[in-house]
Write a protein that binds this ligand. Structure first.
Ligand SMILES: Nc1ncnc2c1ncn2[C@@H]1O[C@H](COP(=O)(O)OP(=O)(O)OP(=O)(O)O)[C@@H](O)[C@H]1O
Ligand SMILES: [Mg+2]
Length: 327
């Protein structure tokens, strides 16, 4: 495999006249964890479908795990795994039977040893005969990942792997995802609504908005593009705004309740000057808001990224995914 596990050029998907994925170029380095971030409807799942061969490209090209998705779809499928956003396990079957079913669907022979190893790796060994219906959410997620790993893929696609999970289970899953990446050397391509998740897991991130990539880089690079930071302070003396606006590096001075909000280029550089402009002992409160991925997203799209909690769960999508997963 080349230096890149995924290379996509001018990836485009149209549904009728609607362009869900619009001329996307991606380079995902082999062996890393790559995050595709974007709000509802940005086109994240569609990109996964295009890269995994579940949907046809309208235009563009993609190579995944070294093979062209148009010309060699079966070669690609043999080398990738997919963890859907929705649960695909069969509750009435045991963990082992779910693995057996997965092996059948993928026509695997000699899968038992690897299945046992995966159950051991995910600490599910002593539950292998239990029906999955009795599993906790975290155990289900582990088993879903085990299913995706059964045929020994080089690249795994995880569509919003932690959506709807409680914070503890989410963190457990983060450890698991980094563990799988390290232990098995598998490239992981994940989508997420959660900036802190991308920051915790991903070496590289692309931000998708309305089918287009609007930014790409490491979390630190993306944050360094944000030109402004904020210093909030409250003083126990009267201050003329000009005292702050005259300071080098201060871009904007705003009154905020009892205090001040200073938009600055770099808080660490400006802070000593701000402190020097106030009489010693007269600062009541001080807060520095550094650049965050959320502010990157806000600056680029004018909107927040967080998941829309008002959105009802899409059951059609849920059942469509189950049907697809069951072939
Ligand atoms: N089969 C389809 N037919 C028509 N439009 C579709 C189809 N699949 C997706 N779309 C549209 O394409 C756009 C992108 O959808 P997609 O599911 O890729 O978004 P997403 O980023 O995964 O969103 P979410 O965060 O809600 O999962 C949406 O506007 C969606 O309605
Ligand atoms: Mg989606």
């Amino acid at each position: 495999m080349s230096e890149f596990a995924i290379e996509a050029d001018h990836l485009t998907k149209q549904y009728g006249t609607f362009t869900a994925v619009d001329d996307v170029n991606l380079r995902v380095p082999a062996g890393g964890i790559f995050g595709l971030l974007g709000p509802n409807g940005a086109g994240k799942t569609t990109i996964i479908k295009l890269l995994t061969g579940l949907a046809d490209l309208t235009a563009g090209n993609a190579r995944v795990a070294g093979f062209d998705v148009r010309r060699s779809p079966m070669e690609v499928k043999a080398r990738i795994g997919w963890v859907a956003a929705e649960v695909i396990l069969d509750d009435d079957l045991s963990a082992w039977e779910n693995l057996w079913l997965q092996a059948k669907l993928q026509r695997l022979t000699d899968w038992q040893e690897r299945a046992s190893e995966l159950l051991r790796y995910f600490s599910l060994e002593d539950r292998r005969r239990d029906k999955v219906g009795t599993f906790s959410t975290g155990m289900r997620k582990k088993l879903e990942i085990a299913l995706a790993l059964l045929h020994g893929p080089r690249v795994i696609f995880m569509d919003e792997p932690t959506i709807g999970l409680d914070p503890t289970t989410r963190r457990m899953l983060w450890d698991l995802i980094t563990g799988v990446n390290r232990e098995y050397g598998i490239t992981i391509f994940l989508t997420s609504h959660y900036l802190e998740e991308a920051e915790a897991l991903c070496r590289r991130i692309a931000i998708l908005d309305r089918g287009r990539i609007v930014a790409e880089g490491s979390p630190a690079e993306l944050k360094s593009r944000i030109r402004s930071e904020y210093i909030e302070l409250e003083t126990s003396e009267e201050i003329e705004p000009s005292r702050f606006s005259a300071l080098a590096g201060v871009q904007e001075v705003r009154r905020q309740g009892e205090g001040w909000l200073l938009k600055v280029e770099r808080a660490d550089e400006v802070l000593p000057r701000v402190l020097g402009a106030v009489t010693a002992g007269r600062i009541r409160r001080l807060h520095v808001e550094g650049p965050s991925l959320e502010s990157v997203f806000l600056e680029l799209t004018g909107r927040r990224l967080g998941p829309d909690s008002n959105e009802p769960h899409d059951y059609r999508k849920f059942y469509a995914n189950i049907r697809r997963a069951r072939g």
